[in-house]
Design a binder for this molecule. Sequence first.
Ligand code: AQP
Length: 325
Amino acid sequence: MKKRLFSGIQPSGDVHIGNYLGAIKNWVRLIDQYDCLFCIVDYHAITIEYDPKEMQRRIFNAAAVNIAAGLDPEKCTIFVQSHVPEHTELAWIFNTITPIGHLERMTQFKDKSKQHRENINAGLFTYPVLQTADILLYKGEVVPVGEDQVQHIELSREIARKFNMRYGEIFPEPQEILSEAPRIMGLDGKTKMSKSLGNYISLVESPESIWKKLSTAVTDENRKRRTDPGNPDICNLFTLHKYFSKKEQIERINVVCRTAEIGCIECKKILSENMVEHLTPICLKYERLIKNTDSLVNILQTGAKRCRRMAEETMIEVKKKMGLV
Ligand code: AQP
């Protein structure tokens, strides 16, 4: 029996290279090792303002991009959170054992409250409780995520422990798995690359747009003139070179940037070419998939069917333990 892996992505905008390097690449790497469930978490995405007319497109987009990036639906289960009602049912139960103080400490809640001052809703606050339900409904043991989600996974362990102590042992304590790129910074070099901040390169960005975005991206801010020596250690784009460029190029740039033999523009051009080369197969596959919505619907329905069966079984167990049957 393979251990179960659960992970999710919000259909809150374009899937970007931060999501890819921080999470999706790891999902693809682990697909044969675990029984993998990948969830498009639409109930999480509605905690911020959105256009209902856009949501369906975003859900298909998230499914197609992830499949194009390597999530083979023959090898894993891909589904939409709202297609399995037990997610919110279990979240309600977990709400009753989660201290408010723990939720108040969550960095993402603090950040998002600042970002969306006009809409600090209860869903944003209890987001990590629903996330815990997402994972534990399927008794997920491992959760590959970016660094921003580690605090939430810690909380999910606490909730699992508390439930098990109070009502009896049911749930595993999930463990996060981080990728080699757990936190990709945005093109401003200052904030985490995020769908909602618009500081990203999408996974299916056109070559022209990749170049346009990279050409204005922040590098080593101390390097004012072309003749100034640069410092790759503090250059956000050098970090991206590490994931998209060839080993010899990275080694060379690491030297010639420091001696000012290469300028930022040339360095960005190399990165842009390599990024286009890396992302082109994903873009081409995405274009084919997104045109065939029937096939996407079929994949998501098959996924939801499997997940509903598992979710029903868990809820029967949970309710029995809690004396609710
Ligand atoms: N910048 C990042 N670097 C590394 N990993 C990242 N992840 C997100 N941003 C980065 C990881 O991608 C997975 C899916 O993320 P999500 O869709 O659940 O939501 P998020 O973490 O809130 O991502 P965004 O892009 O910042 O979305 P918005 O702007 O809507 O909040 C997760 O495993 C995440 O850690």
